[in-house]
Write a protein that binds this ligand. Sequence first.
Ligand code: HXC
Ligand code: NAP
Length: 258
Amino acid sequence: MTGPFDYSTKTVFVSGGTSGINLAIAKAFAAAGARVGVMSRNPERVAAAAASLSAIGPQARGYTADVRNFEAVTAAIDAFALEVSRIDVLVSGAAGNFLALARDLSPNGFKAVVDIDLLGTFQVMKAAYRHLAKPGASVINISAPQAYIPFEMQVHACAAKAGVDQVTRVLAKEWGPEGVRVNSISPGPIAGTEGLDRLAQSSQADIAGHIPLRRCGTVDDIARAALFLASDMASYVTGAVLPVDGGWGLSASGGQAG
Ligand code: HXC
Ligand code: NAP
């Protein structure tokens, strides 16, 4: 592949890159020629993802770590950087969510999601920082419209994703002078994903009825946005939260994902 989306000289690390949206992002970079590393908790998932990525691009690496464990995250990212020498693109996408009213949610339930989504994003970025190929490197955090739309039964994830977007903005300012761009992608309801399965309270057709473009997104919609944001085509874009949601987030409630 040639042109702005040729990643054959690039390296890409994707936290949570072993399923769903994040795996699709990893696959898009692999298909564009990048050397890709993925990291998540489940070793079988990690192995399967690395194998599927290696089948469509250069040999991929898989690492088993929980984003809540800074030492383990650092070891995984250091190992990837040792293999590929530097990190051009970092995608932080590991997340957890479930529906629970605040009155039924234990402090540890709230903490689990904040620790995965928010603290995890910070820890992945912090561990990768010294390996980022500055200038020219790019970070993409995976957010959600829950960052600005207050959904009942998701106080934990709303708080966590709001924090993720502020991490994006603050580090865009801190790292910009070094040539590192930091952005978020905010996916709408994405068909065929764990996230939508967990959160949907009505049919996909009903959800689509609340979306201006009248369909749920696909994992490839999100992967294409990641290819753009990490490319030179987006070289003046930093600190942005890019909605890739068919306009779902424009309505007052966002149209409850279910
Ligand atoms: C209430 C729950 C709960 C539920 C867990 N907890 N599930 N509380 N309702 N359905 C509580 C537990 O009781 C416990 O609190 C605490 O959360 C931690 O639970 P564990 O099972 O020990 O946590 P852990 O094994 O670390 O698993 C983390 C997890 C799990 C988030 C709870 O669901 C997970 O691993 N999810 C990853 C996959 C995922 O969620 N994918 C969708 C991402 S999509 P106590 O007090 O009992 O100890 C997404 C949606 C889009 O993020 C955007 C939204 C922002
Ligand atoms: P998913 O398939 O459940 O993917 C989550 C990934 O994160 C998995 O690879 C999982 O692997 C990993 N992970 C979870 N907890 C982890 C932890 N503590 N440490 C390391 N890795 C962990 O979810 P998805 O629906 O595709 O969502 C992906 C991203 O998109 C998330 O950031 C989510 O918030 C965002 N998003 C999704 C939607 C949607 O409609 N699906 C909408 C908006 C935003 P292991 O289980 O092996 O750890």
